[in-house]
Ligand binder design. Structure first.
Ligand SMILES: NC(=O)c1ccc[n+]([C@@H]2O[C@H](COP(=O)([O-])OP(=O)(O)OC[C@H]3O[C@@H](n4cnc5c(N)ncnc54)[C@H](O)[C@@H]3O)[C@@H](O)[C@H]2O)c1
Length: 299
């Protein structure tokens, strides 16, 4: 049997704070394939996440095929909008959710990984995070600060992670991120520069695949996922409508499950995908292929 085998591999999934999003589903799929999985969690969501875990609220979704519960090797605080601790404003560092977590920048996480696991601690990195403070505003009404914040947290964060984590990866290392069709087609309501951030993420996936492929031998791909009513997506305000629209108009009409993205991420992270890099892989029930709404009148 051809199996996805990640045994002996270590994965870091950045952007997990509950069991409802793609990051959790990817972490679970990687664990099902045998990887040990650590997560990076945004400090404002860390306490709630730890509480959910400790109180057993996620036990059902943590259940693996073996019957055991998904265990995270480490849960690291991570604010991917900052490359170094020095770049974090003092006001933020000393704020309620940050004051006890220490250096939660991307460089800080790289440092923690090497002190916990040695010089080459990683095989798989998943970037499953995004943030656009003005996502509800059309691009036409988005401020410069809102636009740059979306690009910083949602796109440059990948560049920074590749800069700092690629040197820590063993042979066959893989990066996977999550993107959305609004990068290349207009999705009204996906605003605040988030569409621009996803376009940058996809373009950077290609350039980084070349640069980091040549320098470190790693692969870099992005999954263009269909809409899912995760916590982050609920902030957009129209996610239920987007999910419904896709299920009416996509080639496959069942609603996308996060686990379907999880298994593709596990495949892309495995040696079975050793020939795939610089790709945007659609996991969206085929919706990207459509050129006309099914409900529209025939021409
Ligand atoms: N849900 C969808 O419809 C959809 C569709 C396509 C792509 N995506 C992408 O999937 C990825 C995961 O999102 P999701 O929808 O599964 O939601 P999610 O809420 O599970 O994940 C988003 C995570 O990003 C974290 N985050 C936000 N700002 C951060 C920062 N500065 N540093 C570190 N972490 C930060 C949040 O705490 C959260 O855990 C995102 O890149 C998103 O754009 C989502």
């Amino acid at each position: 049997m051809l199996a996805i085998d990640l045994s002996g591999r270590r994965a870091l999934v950045a952007g997990v704070a509950d069991d409802g999003g793609f990051g959790f589903a990817i972490a679970k799929a990687l664990a099902e394939a045998g990887a040990s999985v650590s997560v990076g969690t945004w400090p404002p969501a860390l306490t709630i996440f730890m509480n959910l875990l400790e109180r057993g609220k996620m036990d059902e979704s943590r259940r693996l095929n073996s019957g055991k519960l998904l265990e995270f090797e480490k849960i690291y605080p991570l604010d991917a909008a900052y490359d170094t601790y020095d770049a974090m404003p003092e006001e933020l560092r000393t704020s309620k959710r940050y004051k006890d977590v220490g250096d939660c920048s991307i460089a800080g996480l790289a440092q923690r990984l090497t002190s916990d696991f040695g010089d080459k601690p990683l095989d798989v990195v998943v970037h499953s995070l995004a943030n656009g403070p003005e996502v509800k505003k059309p691009l036409l009404e988005t401020s410069r600060d809102g636009y740059l914040a979306a690009l910083s947290a949602s796109a440059f964060s990948l560049v920074s992670m590749v800069q700092r984590f690629a040197p820590l990866m063993r042979d066959g290392g893989s990066f996977v991120s999550l993107t959305y069709l609004a990068s290349e087609r207009v999705v009204p309501g996906y605003g605040g520069g988030m569409s621009s951030a996803k376009a940058a993420l996809e373009s950077d996936t290609r350039t980084l695949a070349f640069e980091a492929g040549r320098k470190y031998g790693v692969r870099i791909n992005t999954i263009s996922a269909g809409p899912l009513a995760s916590r982050a997506a609920s902030a957009i305000g129209i996610i239920e409508k987007m999910v419904e629209y896709v299920s009416v108009n996509a080639p496959l009409t069942q609603k996308l499950e996060a686990a379907e993205v999880g298994t593709v991420a596990a495949f892309l992270s495995s040696s079975l995908a050793s020939g795939i890099t610089g790709n945007t892989v659609y996991v969206d029930k085929g919706y990207h292929a459509m050129g006309m709404a099914v409900s529209a009148p025939a021409p």
